[in-house]
Write a protein that binds this ligand. Structure first.
Ligand code: B3K
Ligand code: ZN
Length: 853
C-alpha cells in the first residue's frame, strides 16, 4: 500500500473544463458515458491520467475517434498530442453489487451516489482530485415506474419519455465543482417542499425527498434548512446561489450526510424525526447536520480544498459554523459543554494514541481514515481560537476576505489563515503550529498573590506523537479572570492571555484580596489539558460563583475526578461529600437553567476517567464510578426525588426550556437509581410506561438496561415489539443494550450480533451495536478478551463488505498501551489477527498497522 505525502503535491497536468455524463440506470446495471473537455495545464508532454476504481473501459475516444489507451493499475492513460481535447469513455457496472457504499449504489430501492473523497472514480474515469473543477451536465435514463424521480446537481433543464417505459431527465450545474461534489439519485421519492427568499430577494425551492410514508417525519429538517439559510446570511453574509436545494434521505450511508452541490444526500437518521420516535438529542443532531451540510455550500463548495491534506479547511470551519448555529438556537453554554465533552471523549484519545495526526496531516495511505475528530473537531477549535484572538468583528472581516478572494478556487488551510491575518493585521505566524503539530498541549497554571498584586504562572508542554518529537511552544489563547473568594466578583476582569512561551508569567496589580481564585480557559478557549493546583475549596467556590457557566461546569467535573482518582489508585476510600455539596448547591441555584443543571450533575464517563490515568484498570474505574454515583444518589435522595417529581412539559414541546427540563429529569432519574436501584427501576418503568415521547422513553430505558429486575426485560421487550419495523428506532434498541453497564452485557452483545435484525450491511445498525459496545469501557475490556475477539471478528467480516466502515471500528483496539498488561497483550493479539486476515483493505491495513506501532 502506497503512502501519499502532502509535500509531493503538484498541480494537475490537465484541467477538465466540462463533464457531460449520460447515465443509463437500472438496479443491476449502470452504463455511464462520460465526455470530458480537457485542457493542458502549462507546457509538458505528459499523458492524461484518469483515475478509475474497479472500472474497465468499454470505449475510449479522443475528439470523436477511437483512441489508444493503457491501464496502469486502475488508472486509464491516454497520450494526447494537442492542447485541448474531447475525451469520451464508456463503462458499465452493477450498482446492486456495490456494498462499499462509495460511487453509485442501491439502497432500499433507490439508486444514489457518494463520491467524497474518491468515489467518483467508481462511476467513471476522471482525474478525481479536488483541484480539478468543472461544470457538469448530466442526463439520466431509467425505468419510469421504479425510478419516477431523477435528481442530480444544479437545475433540471429538460426531461422526457423514452421507450419501453423509460424516461429521462437532464440536469446542469453552472458552478464549477470538484468531482467529489457530484451526485445523482433515482427512485420513488416524495418531497416535503418549501421555499426560502434570500436576502437579495431570490426565491429558492426547497425539497426534502423521502419515501412517501416518511413525509410526516421531515418537518424538522425542512425548518432547520430554512433556519440555516437565514443564519448564514445574517452571521456570515452568505447567500444561497442556485434556485433549487434538494435533500434526499437514504438508509444505507457510510456517515452522516454529504454536501453535494444543490443535492445533499443524508443518512436518514439525520432527516427523519417526530417526537414519538426521536429524542430531543436526535432533533438537535438533525438541525446541526442540516446546518453543517448547508453551510458547506460556501465553506467547501464555493471555496474548496486544493488536496485532501487540506480537509480541515472545509471541515474544521464548517463544524465551527454549525456549532455556532446550534449555540445560537439553544443554550449557548450547554452546547459548548457538549462539544467539549465530545472533543475530550474522542479527539483527546486520538491525539494521545497511535493514530494521532495533525489537523493538517502530512501523509496518508487511505484518505477515508482521516475524516477524524482531529480534522473535524480540533479543526473547529482552531477556527474558534482565531475568532477569540481576532475578536468577532475582525474574524468576520477575515471570513469575508477569504470568501471573496477564493470564490471558485481550490485552496489551502494556509490561505484561510492568511485571509484572517490580512483582514485583521494580526500576526498568526506562531498560531499556524496548531495545524502542523499533533498532540494535546498540557498547560499548568498557578497563581501567587501577595495582597497587593497577583502573578499568574503558566507553563506549556506538547507531548511527542508518532513521527513528531520535541515540539515548539504554541500560541494558546486563555480566557481568564481572577475572582474574589467571598463574592465571586471579578477582581481581574475577563481577558484573553496569550501564552506563547514554554513558560510565562502575567502580573496583575492592585488586587486587594490576598487569595483570589483563578478562573481559566473559560469557554474552553483553547483545546488543552489544564493542570491547576487549585484546592477543593477553590473548585467548590468556582462551581458556585463563577460568572462563566462553562467554568462552573469544569470545576464540577474536576471535583468529581478528585473524588474518583485517588480511590481508583487505591489511596483512599470514596469520599463523595464535596461532590454532593456541589451538586446540591447547583441544583438549588435558581439562576441556572435546567439544561445546564443536567450537564452539571453528570458524573464523568468511565472513558473520560480513564483518560486521566496512565494505566487503566477498567474494573477499578467502574467500581469507583459506581460508588460515587451510589453515594451521590443516596446523599441527595430527597432533593432528587422532589425535582424529579415536577410536572413535565408537553410531549411534543421542543422549546429550549422543555428540552432542558427533560434532560434534567432523565439525569435525576439516573442518580436516583444509582442511590437506590429498586426504587430507580420502579420509577423508570413508570416513566417508560407513561412516556409521551422518545426522550422520556429512551431516558427511562437507559436507566433500566443497567438494572436488574423484571422491569428491565419487560421494557426491552415492549420497545422491540413497538418499534421492530422502524429501523432507526430499532438501532436504539441495539445501542442501549450495548451500553448497559452489567456483568452480562458481554453475553448480550455476542447474542445481539447473531440477532436476525443485526446486519453488517447497514452502517447504522453496525455502529448501533459495535461502536456503542466498544465505547462501553468496562464491558469491552472484559478481562477474558472476549470483547476484543468479537470486535476483531466483526472488523474482518465487515471489511469484506465495506472497508471504510470496518476501519472505523479499529481505533478502540489501538489504545492498548493505556491498559493493564494482560489486556494490552490481548488487544495486540486481536489487532494481529486482523492484520493477518486475507485480502485486507488498505483502509483497515492502515489503521491496524499504525495501531500496532
Ligand atoms: N463531507 C462529508 C464527509 C465525507 C466523508 C467521506 N469519507 C460530510 C461532511 O462532513 O459534511
Ligand atoms: Zn462537513
Amino acid at each position: 500500500h502506497v503512502t501519499i505525502y502532502a509535500k509531493d503535491y503538484e498541480p494537475p497536468k490537465w484541467w477538465v473544463r466540462h463533464v457531460d455524463l449520460d447515465c443509463d440506470l437500472s438496479a443491476d446495471k449502470a452504463r455511464i458515458r462520460a465526455t470530458l473537455n480537457v485542457e493542458k495545464n502549462g507546457s509538458h508532454d505528459r499523458p492524461l491520467v484518469l483515475a478509475g476504481d474497479g472500472l474497465k473501459p468499454l470505449t475510449v475516444q479522443v475528439d470523436g475517434a477511437d483512441a489508444q489507451w493503457t491501464l496502469e493499475g486502475d488508472n486509464l492513460l491516454i497520450e494526447l498530442s494537442g492542447e485541448a481535447h474531447e475525451i469520451a469513455t464508456t463503462v458499465e457496472f452493477d450498482p446492486s453489487a456495490n456494498s462499499q457504499l462509495m460511487g453509485l449504489y442501491a439502497s432500499g430501492g433507490l439508486l444514489c451516489t457518494q463520491c467524497e473523497s474518491e468515489g467518483f472514480r467508481r462511476i467513471t474515469f476522471h482525474p478525481d482530485r479536488p483541484d480539478v473543477l468543472s461544470t457538469y451536465s448530466v442526463t439520466m435514463h431509467a425505468d419510469a415506474k421504479a425510478y419516477p424521480i431523477l435528481l442530480a446537481n444544479g437545475n433540471k433543464v429538460s426531461e422526457g419519455i423514452g421507450e419501453d417505459g423509460r424516461h429521462w431527465a437532464r440536469w446542469e450545474d453552472p458552478f464549477p465543482k470538484p468531482s467529489y461534489l457530484f451526485a445523482m439519485v433515482a427512485g420513488d421519492l416524495s418531497a416535503n417542499s418549501g421555499a426560502f427568499t434570500t436576502m437579495s430577494g431570490r426565491e429558492v425551492e426547497l425539497n426534502i425527498w423521502v419515501r412517501e410514508k416518511d413525509l410526516p417525519l421531515t418537518h424538522h429538517a425542512l425548518q432547520a434548512l430554512k433556519d440555516s439559510m437565514k443564519w448564514d446570511e445574517e452571521v456570515y453574509g452568505r447567500e444561497y446561489d442556485l434556485d433549487l436545494f434538494n435533500i434526499v434521505a437514504v438508509d444505507d450511508f457510510n456517515f452522516g450526510a454529504m454536501e453535494n452541490k444543490g443535492l445533499n444526500i443524508f443518512n436518514s437518521r439525520y432527516v427523519l424525526a417526530d417526537s414519538e420516535t426521536a429524542t430531543d438529542q436526535d432533533f438537535d443532531a438533525i438541525a446541526g447536520v442540516v446546518a453543517h451540510e448547508y453551510f458547506h455550500n460556501w465553506s467547501g463548495n464555493r471555496v474548496t480544498c486544493r488536496d485532501w491534506f487540506q480537509l480541515s479547511l472545509k471541515e474544521g470551519f464548517t463544524v465551527f459554523r454549525d456549532q455556532c448555529f446550534s449555540q445560537d438556537h439553544n443554550s449557548e453554554a450547554v452546547k459548548r459543554i457538549e462539544d467539549v465533552r465530545l472533543l475530550r471523549a474522542i479527539q483527546f484519545p486520538e491525539d494521545s494514541g497511535p493514530l494521532a495526526h495533525p489537523v493538517r496531516p502530512d501523509s496518508y495511505i487511505e484518505i477515508s481514515n482521516f475524516y477524524t475528530a482531529t480534522v473535524y473537531n480540533k479543526g473547529a477549535e482552531l477556527i474558534r481560537m482565531m475568532r477569540t484572538i481576532l475578536g468577532e468583528k475582525d474574524f468576520r472581516k477575515g471570513s469575508d476576505l477569504y470568501f471573496e478572494r477564493h470564490d471558485g478556487q481550490a485552496v489551502t488551510c494556509e490561505d484561510f489563515v492568511k485571509a484572517m491575518e490580512d483582514a485583521s493585521g494580526k500576526d498568526l505566524a506562531q498560531f499556524r503550529l496548531w495545524y502542523s503539530q499533533a498532540g494535546t498541549p498540557t498547560v499548568r497554571a498557578h497563581v501567587d498573590a501577595s495582597g497587593s498584586g497577583a502573578v499568574l504562572k503558566l507553563q506549556q508542554d506538547i507531548p511527542d506523537t508518532p513521527g513528531q518529537k520535541d515540539k515548539q511552544p504554541m500560541a494558546i489563547p486563555l480566557k481568564m479572570a481572577l475572582l474574589s473568594r467571598q463574592s465571586g466578583a471579578e477582581l481581574v476582569e475577563e481577558r484573553t492571555v496569550m501564552l506563547g512561551e514554554a513558560e510565562q508569567t502575567v502580573t496583575f496589580e492592585d488586587i486587594a484580596e490576598a487569595d483570589p481564585i483563578l478562573s481559566i480557559n473559560r469557554d474552553f478557549s483553547a483545546p488543552i489539558i489544564l493542570e491547576s493546583d487549585r484546592d477543593d475549596e477553590e473548585l467548590a467556590a468556582l462551581a458556585r460563583v463563577d460568572g462563566n457557566a462553562f467554568a462552573r461546569y469544569e470545576a464540577l467535573q474536576e471535583l468529581n475526578l478528585r473524588a474518583l482518582l485517588p480511590v481508583i489508585r487505591g489511596e483512599t476510600v470514596m469520599d463523595a461529600s464535596k461532590v454532593i455539596a456541589a451538586f446540591d448547591a447547583t441544583l438549588s441555584d435558581e439562576r441556572l437553567d435546567d439544561a445546564f443543571k443536567a450537564e452539571a450533575i453528570m458524573i464523568p464517563s468511565e472513558a473520560m476517567i480513564g483518560e486521566k490515568l496512565a494505566t487503566i484498570d477498567p474494573d477499578k474505574v467502574h467500581a469507583a464510578r459506581q460508588a460515587l454515583g451510589h453515594e451521590v444518589g443516596k446523599g441527595l435522595t430527597e432533593k432528587l426525588e422532589q425535582m424529579y417529581g415536577r410536572e413535565r412539559p408537553a410531549g411534543d414541546d421542543l422549546s429550549v426550556a422543555a428540552k432542558g427540563q427533560r434532560a434534567l429529569s432523565n439525569q435525576l432519574l439516573g442518580l436516583i437509581a444509582s442511590g437506590d436501584p429498586a426504587k430507580g427501576a420502579r420509577l423508570a418503568k413508570a416513566q417508560y410506561d407513561g412516556a409521551r415521547n422518545m426522550t422520556e422513553r429512551q431516558g427511562a430505558l437507559t436507566v433500566l438496561v443497567s438494572l436488574d429486575g423484571a422491569e428491565r426485560g419487560a421494557a426491552l421487550e415492549d420497545f422491540y415489539n413497538r418499534f421492530k419495523d422502524q429501523g432507526l428506532v430499532l438501532d436504539k434498541w441495539f445501542g442501549l443494550q450495548a451500553r448497559a453497564e452489567r456483568d452480562d452485557t458481554m453475553d448480550a452483545v455476542e447474542k445481539l450480533a447473531e440477532h436476525p435484525d443485526f446486519t453488517l450491511k447497514n452502517p447504522n445498525r453496525l455502529r448501533a451495536l459495535l461502536v456503542n459496545f466498544a465505547s462501553n469501557q468496562w464491558v469491552f475490556h472484559h478481562a477474558s478478551g472476549r470483547g476484543y475477539d468479537l470486535l476483531a471478528r466483526m472488523v474482518i467480516e465487515a471489511d469484506k463488505l465495506n472497508p471504510q466502515v470496518a476501519a472505523r471500528l479499529v481505533p478502540p483496539l489501538g489504545r492498548w498501551r493505556r491498559y493493564t498488561d494482560a489486556r494490552a497483550k490481548l488487544m495486540r493479539a486481536a489487532l494481529q489477527r486482523i492484520e493477518q486476515a486475507d485480502g485486507l483493505s488498505k483502509d483497515v491495513f492502515e489503521q491496524v498497522s499504525k495501531s500496532l506501532g
